[in-house]
Design a protein around this ligand. Structure first.
Ligand SMILES: Nc1ncnc2c1ncn2[C@@H]1O[C@H](COP(=O)(O)OP(=O)(O)OP(=O)(O)O)[C@@H](O)[C@H]1O
Length: 227
């Protein structure tokens, strides 16, 4: 589903003319199979977010090749990446990244609006999914009127509304208490099992890593073997 071959990444930092090159990822070879839940673990600064950003095209590798769903994505331009992301990826973030001026319903609906889906079909899909993740009763609430766990469920619903084959999650339970974390992890397992969605999850949390089929440890920008 996702394949990285010989991927290296370095950032350039500092003032123009005085840039310094900071190597962050080194010779990454990684395959995530369809239907897998893969956890990416490792210390702060080991390169986990950089790896996820490479998978989602927000940054381009300095060298190496990346394939997603059979397509070589390394050379896609911005516009092509935007379409590719919409068709293939859902995203879940630690900070939920909901739009504060939109209700829970409107947040979940947004990807369908962007895709140009007709309003009747949007309504059906949004309500069905909000019910599935247990937040239908909060449809008219704004994010500020919801608990952290409820906000995260809204963001999960938004990430799934276009039925993406892959969900990338960056510390998805980082802002949740243990009760809400449990609900989120059960939901991820269920979605993986029932819909075959592939998950790549960055985490520091052992509970999260424990639901993964496989955990990959990054150490100073290198894959340090299975956990
Ligand atoms: N845009 C950037 N410009 C320059 N350096 C960056 C940039 N983004 C990340 N880095 C550097 O790359 C290294 C890896 O960062 P990254 O965010 O991938 O680590 P991480 O494992 O996700 O860390 P954390 O667990 O703290 O989120 C760090 O040393 C960081 O300072």
């Amino acid at each position: 589903m996702i394949e990285l071959a010989g991927v290296n990444h370095q950032f350039k930092i500092g003032k123009r003319g005085k840039e310094r090159v900071v190597p962050v990822l080194h010779d990454i070879h990684l395959r995530v199979e369809k239907g897998e839940i893969v956890a990416i673990v490792g210390r702060s600064g080991s390169g986990k977010s950089t790896l996820l950003n490479l998978m989602s095209g927000y940054i381009r590798p300095s060298s190496g090749e990346i394939k997603v769903a059979g397509k070589t994505v390394t050379k896609l331009d911005e516009g092509e990446w935007a379409n590719f992301r919409l068709a293939n990826y859902g995203f879940i973030f630690q900070s939920f990244q909901l739009i504060g001026s939109m209700t829970a319903y409107e947040n979940v609906e947004l990807p369908l609006v962007l895709k140009g889906v007709a309003s009747g079909e949007r309504r059906k899909k949004v309500m069905q999914l909000m019910e599935q993740v247990g937040i239908a009763e909060f449809a008219g609430h704004y994010p500020s009127e919801l608990s952290g766990g409820q906000q995260q469920r809204v963001s999960v619903a938004r990430s799934l509304i276009l039925e993406p084959p892959i969900v990338l999650a960056d510390e998805p339970s980082g802002s949740l208490d243990s009760e809400n974390e449990k609900i989120l992890l059960t939901m991820i397992r269920q979605l993986n099992h029932e819909l075959g969605i592939t998950f790549v999850i960055i985490t520091h949390d052992e509970q999260v890593a424990s639901i993964a089929h496989r955990a990959i440890r990054l150490q100073d920008g290198r894959i340090g073997g299975l956990v």
